[in-house]
Each structure stands twice: as structure tokens, then as C-alpha cells.
Design a protein around this ligand. Structure first.
Ligand SMILES: Cc1cc2nc3c(=O)[nH]c(=O)nc-3n(C[C@H](O)[C@H](O)[C@H](O)COP(=O)(O)OP(=O)(O)OC[C@H]3O[C@@H](n4cnc5c(N)ncnc54)[C@H](O)[C@@H]3O)c2cc1C
Ligand code: FES
Ligand code: FES
Length: 453
């Protein structure tokens, strides 16, 4: 397979399942570091540039959980590929001046994450801290790193972007000039056809953690299904759409506060890689996207050759990691009704950001004549599957909101769940968490109501 590594076109016969981090270090690229090998620390970040609409779009990705097959025909940039000949770039310079570096182990990852932000983002509308939410530094302290990021941001925001951000960075000598040739080189690279039989890989963030690998990967993004679209009645989310695309989707944010809700899912690099399809098919009882879309009463579309079928998402889960999914069948899309509803998503994790949930829950409903209509309540981490709480949802239908009604809904929900003791908490604690999250939904959705819960 072929790719561009920094300024060189490279051909390799390594397996498409080989982890990019291990590949890069094997061929002597030492600027990319190994910390956790789980996607948690950001030491291994690389920039991946992909041709989209006749321009190259770069994003920072965790190379430790990125199989080589996902970067075929793309531009891979390590810290070596960002270095200028005679000076530091503005991010490196600011980190140096602000004391943002001690041992330096995390530094290439921070530089890559910040450069990804400067190469793409709308500097006025996006908080820079989001760009480095997937980076951990064990010795410097984050204040100096953030200060450096803000100084670099002030410098770069004065550039004239009229010919595009990347051209502006090259002209200011903030990016090496070879970046201007990448678009032509990417157009010339031919990629190999996908296998017919094998394991579906979407983002690979579940499949490739901890050096896990798969035989005969079939990369779903290359087959399409990574878009969000709508018709008169539904919004469709392609199964290979990544979580950041979903979080920032105009279609979804017109209906709900999706940008805020899904900011609690992992970090920016993981959100840009992980997909909704992977979240659903992985069937983790605490999958955030699954819990979110269960509460929106989503339907899913499945395809196997010529055969297509549609079912409710809640009917897809049959037991712990047991799904109504045939061998070789692909989840093609999820869809929700195109209607405004009140929606609350709550998640308790050991850390506020960058962590999987101990318990998560979502609730959607409408209010008509002061009564609750079409309530759908879901919860994760409280049973063997992502749970749709059928009885509590039915109980809420047509009720007027009161403290008693909410308490009774929480009591019924408690009879539907079967949490277990594990590292994320005792069964008793998880029961208590779910009760509090149900209360939190109502406090969030109806702050004006006086409720004593
Ligand atoms: C550091 C880190 C942080 C994380 N934080 C969170 C978090 O906060 N919340 C959360 O919910 N999850 C989190 N995860 C888990 C993971 O990112 C999500 O579950 C993600 O949505 C999985 O999607 P993927 O595309 O990477 O799946 P993959 O790893 O590509 O696939 C997962 C499974 O689904 C199958 N599959 C994928 N797509 C399809 C399809 N369309 N049809 C049929 N089968 C398919 C694959 O064969 C595989 O069995 C985290 C993971 C990491 C590494
Ligand atoms: S090594 Fe820690 S995120 Fe990759
Ligand atoms: S400078 Fe040492 S880990 Fe960040």
C-alpha cells in the first residue's frame, strides 16, 4: 500500500492491520512517542491529511490505535514533518518561551494537536483547549502549555486566510513549503480494492486498543456511509460517520443540543475517528452514542448483499454482546424522526472529560397541554446491554410533571435494571447514580419548575 509520510511517498507491504505507531517507530521515526497504546494520552498523535473536495483536510489522530489500512493513500505528518529548516514554528516557539516543555515526552503530541487546530479551525469560534483535550502531560503543568497555545493563536490569527489556511501558513513560513505539493501527490496515489470477506473496521477505536488487531480488515469509511443526511421525515446518520461529525452536525443541532451533549464523549482525536456504527455494534452497555440514540427512539438500517432490513435500535440488543446481526451484515445507518423534542443526556464518569461512563442516561420527550408525550428513557452501565427503559418510559406517558411522578419513574426504572459490582462502582452505587441522573434530566429540562427531589 502507498501513503505519503511527511514529504516522501512510501510503499509498504506491512499488514493493513499493523498499528501506525509501531510502523513509524519500526522505520525509525522517533518523534512519535508511545505512552498508553490505548488512545488516552496523545503522545502518539500524527496529522492525517485526506483529500476532500479538492483540498487536503488534516486532523490529529492517535497512531497507536490507527491501523495502516486507514491511512492508505493519505498524508501522514509526524513532528519531523512539521520542523522548519532554520527556526521553530510558532507553536514550538511559544511552548519553548512559556516553559511548556520539561521532559518533552508529550511535546510532539501537543504540537501536532495544536497544528491540527491551526490548520483547520475557525480561530474565533472554537476553543483552543478542545484541540488538546486528548493530550496528557505528566510533568510540565497545563497552564504554561495553554498560555503557549494562546500566544501561538494570537500570532496565527493575524494571517490573511483568503487563499486558505494552509497556504497562509506556508507563506508565513510557519509550515514547510512541501505541503503545497501534497494535493497533487495525493491525487496520483492509487489505493487497493477492499476485501470481500473479513472484519468490518470503522474507526478501529474498539478493535485496535492495546495492540489488538484483526485479520482481513474491511475499512467501512472507504465504502461510503460516512455522511449525515435528511429527507422529509428523518435525519439519517451513516454508520461510518464519526462522533465529531455527529456532534457538530447542523441537522442534529437544529433539533437538539448535540454539540454540548456529545462533548462529553472521549477526546477530539477519538471523536474524529470513532463512529456511531462501531459504538452500536460493539454493544458496550455504556456506549454513549447508543444510549443517546436509544432515547431518540432511533431505527437502524442493515444490509447484507441485496437484503435490507430496518428495526428499532432497542430491538437490536439481545444479551451481553449478542445482537440481531447476521454474519456479514453491515449496519448502514441510524435514523431518527425529524422533530424537535426536549432531550437531556447525562453521564457520570471518574473524570469529567475523556472517560467512559460509570452510568449514563438520556431522556427525550415533548410537552403537550402540560402533559408528557412520547417519553423515551435509556440508561447505560446498569445491565448487560445498553438499556431502553420500557416500563419507566410507558409510565411517564401522559403524566403531568411533579416530584411524585419523577420519583415514581425512577423507582420503576430501578426495577428494570441489573447492575453488577465492577471497577466503575458497586451495583448499589450504580442504582443510586441512575436515580440521580433521572432527577437530573428533569432539573435540566425544566429549571423553572420547583421540585423537591
Ligand atoms: C481513548 C478512548 C476513549 C473512549 N471514550 C469513549 C466514550 O467516552 N464513550 C463511548 O461511548 N465510547 C468511548 N470509547 C469507545 C469507542 O471509541 C466507541 O465505542 C466507538 O464509537 C467505536 O467506534 P469505532 O468506529 O472505532 O469501532 P470499531 O473499533 O471500528 O468497531 C467496533 C465493532 O463494530 C463493528 N462494526 C463497526 N462498524 C460496523 C458497521 N457499520 N456494521 C457492522 N459492524 C460494524 C466492528 O467489526 C467491531 O466489531 C473510547 C475509546 C477509546 C480508545
Ligand atoms: S500512545 Fe497514548 S494515545 Fe497513543
Ligand atoms: S513535558 Fe514531560 S510529560 Fe509533558
Amino acid at each position: 500500500m502507498k501513503l505519503i509520510l511527511n514529504q516522501k511517498v512510501l510503499e509498504t507491504s506491512e499488514s493493513p492491520s499493523f498499528h501506525t505507531l509501531d510502523f513509524l517507530r519500526k522505520i525509525g521515526i522517533k518523534g512519535v512517542k508511545e505512552g498508553c497504546h490505548e488512545g488516552d494520552c496523545g503522545a502518539c498523535l500524527v496529522l492525517i491529511g485526506e483529500l476532500k473536495d479538492d483540498r487536503v483536510k488534516y486532523k490529529a489522530m492517535n497512531s497507536c490505535i490507527l491501523p495502516l489500512g486507514k491511512i492508505e493513500g493519505k498524508h501522514v505528518v509526524t513532528i519531523e514533518g512539521l520542523n522548519l529548516e532554520e527556526k521553530l514554528n510558532p507553536v514550538q516557539q511559544a511552548l519553548f518561551e512559556e516553559g511548556g516543555v520539561q521532559c518533552g515526552y508529550c511535546t510532539p503530541g501537543f504540537v501536532i494537536a495544536l497544528m491540527a487546530y491551526f490548520m483547520n479551525e475557525d480561530l474565533e469560534n472554537t476553543e483552543i483547549i478542545t484541540a488538546i483535550e486528548g493530550n496528557i502531560c505528566r510533568c510540565t503543568g497545563y497552564n504554561s502549555i495553554l498560555r503557549a497555545a494562546e500566544i501561538a493563536s494570537k500570532k496565527i490569527s493575524t494571517l490573511d486566510d483568503s487563499k486558505g489556511r494552509i497556504t497562509a501558513l506556508i507563506e508565513a513560513n510557519y509550515l514547510p513549503s512541501y505541503f503545497s505539493k501534497i494535493i497533487k501527490q495525493l491525487k496520483e496515489i492509487k489505493t487497493q480494492p477492499q476485501l470481500k470477506k473479513g472484519t468490518f473496521v470503522a474507526g478501529g477505536t474498539d478493535l485496535f486498543v492495546n495492540r489488538q488487531t484483526v485479520e482481513n480488515p474491511i475499512f467501512l469509511a472507504e465504502l461510503g456511509f460516512d455522511k449525515i443526511w435528511s429527507d422529509e421525515n428523518h435525519v439519517y446518520i451513516g454508520a461510518a460517520a464519526d462522533i465529531e461529525t455527529i456532534r457538530t452536525s447542523a441537522e442534529l443541532n437544529a433539533l437538539f443540543d448535540t454539540a454540548k451533549h456529545l462533548a462529553r464523549v472521549s477526546s477530539l482525536p477519538i471523536r474524529q475517528q470513532a463512529t456511531i456504527g462501531g459504538n452500536v455494534v460493539n454493544a458496550s452497555p455504556i456506549g454513549d452514542l447508543t444510549i443517546y440514540f436509544l432515547a431518540l427512539d432511533a431505527e437502524i438500517g442493515l444490509v447484507l448483499g441485496e437484503d435490507k432490513r430496518i428495526m428499532k435500535l432497542k430491538d437490536f440488543f439481545k444479551g451481553y454482546k449478542i445482537l440481531d446481526l447476521k454474519d456479514g451484515e453491515i449496519l448502514e445507518w441510524s435514523r431518527i424522526r425529524k422533530e424537535k423534542k426536549l432531550l437531556s443526556f447525562e453521564k457520570v464518569a471518574k473524570r469529567m472529560y475523556m472517560d467512559i461512563a460509570s452510568v449514563n442516561s438520556a431522556l427525550s420527550l415533548r410537552i403537550e397541554d402540560k402533559k408528557i408525550k412520547e417519553p423515551h428513557l435509556s440508561a447505560g452501565g446498569v445491565g448487560p446491554i445498553p438499556m431502553y427503559l420500557e416500563k419507566a418510559s410507558q409510565f411517564l406517558e401522559n403524566k403531568e410533571i411533579s416530584s411524585e411522578v419523577i420519583k415514581e419513574a425512577a423507582r420503576i426504572a430501578d426495577t428494570e435494571i441489573s447492575p453488577i459490582d465492577d471497577v466503575r462502582g458497586s451495583a448499589k452505587y450504580k442504582r443510586l447514580l441512575l436515580r440521580q441522573l433521572i432527577y437530573a434530566h428533569f432539573v435540566e429540562l425544566f429549571p423553572e419548575l420547583e421540585m423537591s427531589l
